[in-house]
Design a binder for this molecule. Structure first.
Ligand SMILES: Nc1ncnc2c1ncn2[C@@H]1O[C@H](COP(=O)(O)OP(=O)(O)O)[C@@H](O)[C@H]1O
Ligand SMILES: [Mg+2]
Length: 411
């Protein structure tokens, strides 16, 4: 698939933007703080409904517009997506309403597919992207929450059922935790707890199983790419799922074994359910004491091993970057295999930090993509051959102009 047109209104530093895009590679270049990252963010936001950078969605509204003295401020992101079979128009509206007298603001989002209003979640799956960021290395060194977020965002782009289960799970989890706290305080009833536990087990077991299968598939492809294209067969990377499917006292090795069991073809939904139900039963007293649910996919983690050792503790920065590159390249192949269509690649200043071999591997992936949008401060870091084939656009203070031709123009 590819985006043929992007239109932004009051999004970040873009007051108004109408931009035609073509398939193949597009290079956005320009000085710092001009809007390159913001443009990739807009596309990613339409694909996932989440921003990789903002803490709150209302930060995405252009601040001059948001601060103007208007009762309603609307930001708008629209893309025209071309797939193998159809053209789709996706729109997200960011709406800030001011209640003058109460001096309160309300913020909401509206989503339209082909000009029809749909639920936020129904935007997912129409536009699929793989995003490369310099800070992706935090997937290795950062918190488990970041690694869960990665699994969820990636899976939600291709699996609506997963996304629905996840959203319901999070709601039920909150309800169960509230009840646990009430029970501890003496105001909640223990009789109601099994209702929430059962719901959580139902949804949680679906999530655990899907994540396990996803990571197993991604692990195989990551290992292959890493071995064949990035390290010339010198190093072996592994991904391991560490599901939270048992109470305390379980070792990491035992959790990894549970992860393998979850991904195994012969494991049935019913056995996963009874396993999770059992774990919840075991930790119930602790749950009440802590006012929080101790087992379930909201406590999951996964990790990288390089030549058998934890990459987060023993890997060099270069090895960590290479592993992330392998993961992202694998993600592209995985998404293509699952959906039958190539995702759009978004690369934010990642080319600059790679050495020659890995840069070449990445640029080869970029050139074989149906559409890739890259940013850089300096186009000179790309080869003349690459630049000759890519469309170059200059980004300057929220405006985008085609690059001036530097050589002879071939008509
Ligand atoms: N909500 C907003 N409204 C207007 N401008 C914004 C908003 N959020 C960020 N900016 C501005 O956008 C610019 C950063 O754009 P960015 O895309 O990150 O630049 P770069 O070209 O370096 O990637 C900064 O000048 C920042 O002040
Ligand atoms: Mg940037």
């Amino acid at each position: 698939m590819y985006i043929s047109h992007l239109s932004l209104t009051n999004f970040r530093n873009y007051g108004r933007l109408e931009l035609d895009l073509s398939s193949g590679a597009t290079l956005l270049y320009g000085h710092n703080a001009q809007g390159k990252t913001n443009l990739l963010e807009a596309i990613y936001y339409l694909a996932t409904t989440r921003s990789p950078h903002a803490d709150y969605d209302n930060q995405l509204l252009n601040w001059d517009a948001a601060e103007a003295d208007e009762p309603v401020v609307v930001g708008r992101l629209v893309v025209q997506v071309q797939t193998a079979v159809e053209t789709k128009r996706l729109e997200m509206r960011l709406i800030l309403e001011r209640n003058g007298r109460a001096r309160t603001n309300s913020f909401r989002r509206e989503v339209l597919v082909d000009r029809r209003k749909v639920r936020l979640m129904d935007l997912l799956g129409h536009l699929r992207v793989v995003l490369f960021l310099p800070e992706d290395v935090q997937l290795i060194t950062g918190s488990p929450g970041e690694r869960r977020r990665y699994m969820d965002i990636t899976l939600c782009q291709i699996d609506a059922a997963y996304c629905r289960a996840l959203s319901q799970y999070n709601k039920v989890l909150e309800q169960r935790n509230a009840l646990l706290r009430q029970i501890a305080e003496g105001s909640g009833s223990l009789d109601v707890l099994p209702i929430f536990t059962d719901k959580l087990v139902n949804l949680g077991s679906q999530i655990l199983r899907r994540r396990a299968q996803f990571l197993a598939e991604l692990a195989r492809e990551t290992q292959r790419v890493h071995y064949e294209s990035l390290t010339d067969g010198r190093e072996t990377i592994r991904l391991q799922y560490i599901p939270r499917l048992a109470g305390n006292g379980i070792t990491e090795e035992e959790s990894v074994a549970l992860g393998d069991w979850l991904a195994a073809a012969e494991t049935t939904p019913a056995t996963v359910k009874s396993r999770l139900a059992e774990a919840m039963q075991q930790t119930q007293a602790m749950d009440i004491a802590r006012g929080a649910t101790n087992v379930g996919p909201h406590r999951d983690d996964w990790r990288f091993l390089l030549n058998g050792r934890a990459l987060s503790s023993y890997g060099s920065r270069g090895q960590q970057r290479t592993a992330i590159l392998a993961l992202k390249m694998a993600e592209i192949n995985w998404m293509t295999a699952v959906t039958g269509e190539q995702p759009i690649l978004l690369l934010d200043e990642v080319v600059a930090e790679l050495d020659a071999q890995r840069r070449a591997a990445l640029l080869q992936t970029v050139q074989s993509a149906q559409q890739a949008i890259l940013t850089a401060t300096d186009p000179a870091m790309f080869t003349a051959e690459f630049l000759a084939r890519a469309a170059s656009l200059k980004v300057e203070n929220g405006r985008i102009t085609p690059a001036k031709s530097t050589g002879t123009t071939i008509l």
